[in-house]
Write a protein that binds this ligand. Structure first.
Ligand code: FPP
Length: 266
């Protein structure tokens, strides 16, 4: 077992790309007779803690579902409060994101975001685009169906303008039109707060992802629980539609490729 520094986890069994549906802020607050925003505020602390942990573990990508397309329909004061937290997050985490060599991006329908938030986001995206560390992606004003429809619309325009032949459209070309195009394959989706559904999060990308459900609410989620989910991921057999024997052979080939790519220590 190749241990991750500081963690009791086998680094060769870790997922490359983890997505998290951060659910349960409202229920966490309600159970304490607090306003819903207090749950979201606590939730931002968890975003910080889990991002730091994912970085230390050397994950390639972490994608966090912070605000869905449907969330715009929440009461106005909650939407305003969440956007305020987002502004605060972007300002206060900027230094840490830069210092940790993180590539920061958002996915979702940018047209609905206010111009000051979009300015902050785009500035941070530009500042971090040539970083080489973990990709931290925040799904904001995001819905998977809308992302797929936007990708189809982009492709249709390119076909209509004669830049792409309809017969050239395959999975690779389609995926290059999704918001997640630069990200590696999604390996694991974790959802907190006891619900077992994807709620319009990375539906296309999750085709072969492992799904892991957690009873704790997002404000109670911590590094230890995160590591438990990563450990369980390492124990699952991923077959990608093949037989157990084929999957084992595939793992050996991938393992050998990873070992060959690792720097040699003399
Ligand atoms: C779901 O809980 C959570 C959200 C809709 C928002 C998630 C937001 C954060 C964790 C904080 C903001 C994040 C950033 C990056 C600034 P819910 O409100 O649906 O909870 P409930 O199902 O218990 O009501």
């Amino acid at each position: 077992m190749k241990k991750s520094p500081g963690f009791d986890l086998d680094s060769s069994q870790l997922p490359g790309h983890v997505g998290i549906i951060m659910d349960g802020n409202g229920r966490w607050a309600k159970s304490r007779n607090l306003p819903r925003l207090a749950g979201h505020r606590k939730g931002v602390e968890r975003v910080d803690e889990i991002t730091e942990c994912a970085c230390k573990l050397g994950l390639k990508a972490l994608t966090l579902f912070a605000f869905s397309n449907e969330n715009w329909k929440r009461p106005e004061d909650e939407v305003t409060g969440l956007m305020g937290l987002l502004r605060w997050y972007l300002r206060s985490e900027r230094r840490k994101i830069l210092d940790n060599n993180i590539v920061f991006r958002i996915i979702g329908d940018r047209r609905k975001l206010s111009s000051d938030i979009l300015d902050q986001v785009e500035r941070l995206e530009a500042e971090t685009e040539s970083n080489t560390g973990m990709c931290l992606t925040i799904a904001l004003s995001y819905g998977s169906r809308s992302e797929i429809v936007r990708a189809v619309a982009k492709l249709a325009t390119e076909v209509a303008e004669g830049r792409v032949y309809a017969s050239d459209i395959d999975e690779e070309l389609f995926e290059s039109h999704l918001d997640t195009a630069p990200l590696p394959e999604l390996d694991l989706v974790i959802r907190t707060s006891g619900e077992s559904r994807l709620s319009n999060f990375l539906l296309y990308q999750a085709a072969y992802a492992e799904l892991s459900f957690e009873d704790a609410r997002w404000p109670d989620f911590n590094q230890a629980l995160f590591c438990d989910h990563l450990r369980r991921f390492g124990q699952r057999e991923r077959r990608f539609g093949q037989t157990s024997e084929q999957a084992a052979a595939r793992r050996q080939v991938v393992g050998a490729q990873v070992a060959a790519a690792e720097p040699k220590v003399n």
